[in-house]
Design a protein around this ligand. Structure first.
Ligand code: IMP
Ligand code: MG
Length: 176
């Protein structure tokens, strides 16, 4: 029996596979002859970035950041703390931040400021999911996988209290 906390499926597994390939092809075209570094935001983006990177057919490197945003389990506050910083310098390089989901956009706004100050040659964002109804700040998200309704999403890396990351699809959390 399916866990009652797993609600309606928002993005099916085959839609994820197809869209990630499309994004990879787009990034391949846009970043040919450049110096691409993919920066994954731990932990949610791990599944997406590993599939995305395998769909990119131009040289690229991989780095990670871990951030904690203060707030409740389903709402971020915009006050962000860096738990793990990048391993390497991004000065003069073409940086693509890879995020699982942009909700209020506050976490990403902080990351853009923090990484932008390190003088990369370019800085763009690729988010698997966005919730347009919730966005509080204006963000230049260059690549978006899917727009989803204002529901708390789980699966394909997204968690609710560290659970459900392993679902092969994206579903809405069913709260009792
Ligand atoms: P934001 O700062 O409100 O944009 O939220 C940023 C982070 O909160 C995301 O990178 C996720 O880790 C987490 N988050 C926001 N919305 C969801 C959701 O619907 N499901 C799971 N995690 C979420
Ligand atoms: Mg995240």
């Amino acid at each position: 029996m399916r866990d009652p906390e797993i609600g309606e499926i928002l993005v099916q597994h085959d839609e994820l596979v197809h869209r990630v390939r499309e994004l990879g092809a787009e990034i391949t075209r846009d970043y040919a002859q450049r110096d691409l570094v993919l920066v994954g935001v731990l932990k949610g983006a791990v599944f997406f970035i590993s599939d995305l990177m395998r769909s990119i057919d131009t040289p690229c490197e991989l780095d990670f950041m871990a951030v904690a945003s203060y707030g409740s389990s389903t709402d971020s506050s915009g006050v962000v703390r860096i738990l793990k910083d990048l391993d390497a310098s991004i000065e003069g390089r073409d940086v693509l931040i890879v995020e699982d989901i942009v909700d209020s956009g506050l976490t990403l706004q902080y990351l853009l400021r923090s990484l932008g100050a390190r003088r990369p040659a370019s800085l763009e964002v690729c988010a698997l999911l966005t919730k347009p109804d919730r966005l509080k700040v204006d963000l230049p998200t260059r690549y978006v996988g899917f727009e989803i309704p204002n529901r708390f999403a789980i699966g394909y890396g997204l968690d609710y209290m560290e659970r459900f990351r392993n679902l092969p699809y994206v579903a809405a959390l069913e709260q009792p």
